[in-house]
Design a protein around this ligand. Structure first.
Ligand code: NDP
Length: 434
């Protein structure tokens, strides 16, 4: 804390892990006295750089770019790039730290990293986005590579941005390799990668529900966000027979009492991905929906909640409202959307709660599958990738059950933290003090 006290998001993520992992370390001689967690919280490398670019009016702007290379004990660094004005070293260190545990849980050989910029893509033209991405990659390309560090998308970085970033990497390095994941289908991308995080979160929630002999069939589901993760979480909920009541963006949320069906979801996908519009426009189009400006959707009564927007979007009061309204399961699609108070409330109420590092690991797992296909220079079918994704989410769920049992109640936070920790810690111990 003395070294990182000015980084609240990073401290929050580390404290959540420490609460569950330190007791485990103390009970196991092989980890005790090795300062293993102290080594894990210090990034192997943190790169910060200037990104200068020119807008459509000829004005020069300067943003700050980052790459946090957190831990490479079990594989090359792997984790997304985020373009959002709130990006800073604290946010990226929290995300990179979480990524280490998440990637370990996937059972694939991937270390943890995260990067991005305080650049705001909102309101920028395609040409401005391209110039920014090219300028960003001009520096980032020195630090990444298919066997070193393989970035992907995150908030504000989707297929369009990955294309511009890949193009500049290829031009500078004169090589066509799997250096980024989330690529387009015709140039190395994997089927199911766009869907993977949202689908994976719902597969994980489904596994949790099955432990209580429940399913999604007929359940009311509240989802936040309306980006990549939220859209495909909604799609999978509909396929499993659930009813999606809400979606949101940073302006507010929409509540459709009739449910957001497949046709309405297609409208949202077009609105968000092609027209880059606001979720408020949904309520103009569909009279069954109400728009709540500046609010999050957690007061809407539901059986299952899937927070899929951003960090700290669901606090203690929101958790209390969900519990009071009879919610039985919460699975995080976003990274750290629930505050520590909210998580404690879910545990106290003994409802099913999946932390993002377990339930949203399907995205990076499928990125790992994209890397494998790139290395083999082959392309698996949709069914093959989806089946592997299902298998990985089921394995992660089993790992959580193995390490998270508390007298018949599964503490998935504890389970995910310890299962993720053990693999990385064992590799670090084997490699010595480096
Ligand atoms: P997108 O950029 O596609 O969508 C993000 C969504 O969250 C948008 O609806 C956005 O609204 C909303 N949002 C962003 N910031 C805020 C905020 N401060 N307050 C309220 N709403 C906000 O990103 P993704 O869907 O890819 O990512 C969502 C979450 O999932 C993030 O936490 C990300 O780290 C996590 N994640 C994503 C993975 C992936 O594969 N994409 C993998 C694992 C985790 P608006 O349009 O108004 O900005």
């Amino acid at each position: 804390i003395s070294r990182n006290g000015h980084e609240p998001e990073f401290i929050q993520a580390v404290q959540e892990v420490a609460e569950t992992v330190i007791p485990y370390i103390v009970q196991h001689d092989i980890y005790h006295g090795k300062n293993i967690l102290l080594r894990m919280v210090e990034p192997e490398r943190l790169i910060s750089f200037r990104v200068a670019w020119i807008d459509d009016d000829g004005e020069i702007h300067v943003n700050r770019g980052y790459r946090v290379q957190m831990n490479s004990a079990i594989g090359p660094y792997k984790g997304g790039l985020r373009f959002h004005p709130t990006v800073n070293a604290s946010v990226l260190k929290f995300l990179a730290f979480e990524q280490v545990f998440k990637n370990s849980l996937t059972t694939l050989p991937m270390g943890g990293g995260k990067g991005g910029s305080d650049f705001d893509p909102k309101g920028k033209s395609d040409d401005e986005i391209m110039r920014f991405c090219h300028a960003f990659m001009t520096e980032l390309c020195r630090h990444i590579g298919p066997n070193t560090d393989i970035p992907a998308g995150d908030i504000g970085v989707g297929a369009r941005e990955i294309g511009f970033l890949f193009g500049m990497y290829k031009k500078i390095r004169n090589e066509f390799t799997g250096v980024l994941t989330g690529k387009g289908r015709s140039w190395g991308g994997s089927l199911i990668r766009p869907e993977a995080t949202g689908y994976g979160a719902v597969y994980f929630a489904d596994s949790m529900l099955k432990t209580q002999n429940e399913t999604f069939e007929g359940k009311n589901v509240v989802i936040s966000g309306s980006g990549n993760v939220a859209q495909y979480a909604a799609e999978k909920v509909l396929q499993l027979g659930g009813k999606v009541l809400t979606l949101s963006d940073s302006g507010g949320y929409i509540h459709d009492k009739d449910g957001i069906d497949t046709e309405k979801l297609a409208y949202v996908m077009d609105l968000k991905n092609n027209k880059r519009g606001r979720i408020s426009e949904y309520a103009d189009k569909y009279p069954s929906a109400e728009y709540h400006k500046g609010e999050t959707p957690w007061k809407v009564a539901c059986d299952i909640a899937l927070p899929c927007a951003t960090q700290n979007e669901l606090d203690g009061d929101d958790a209390a409202a969900l519990i009071k309204n009879g919610c039985i399961a919460v699975a995080e699609g976003a990274n750290m959307p629930s505050t520590p108070e909210a998580i404690h409330a879910f545990h106290d109420a003994k409802i099913l709660f999946a932390p993002g590092k377990a339930s949203n690991a399907g995205g990076v797992a499928t990125s790992g599958l994209e890397m494998s296909q790139n290395s083999l220079r082959i392309s698996w079918t949709r069914e093959e990738v989806d089946n592997r994704l299902k298998g990985i989410m089921s394995d992660i769920h089993d790992s959580c059950l193995e390490y998270g049992d508390e007298d018949g109640y599964c503490n998935y936070v504890k389970g995910a933290n310890i299962a993720g920790f053990v693999k990385v810690a064992d590799a670090m111990l084997a490699q010595g003090v480096i």
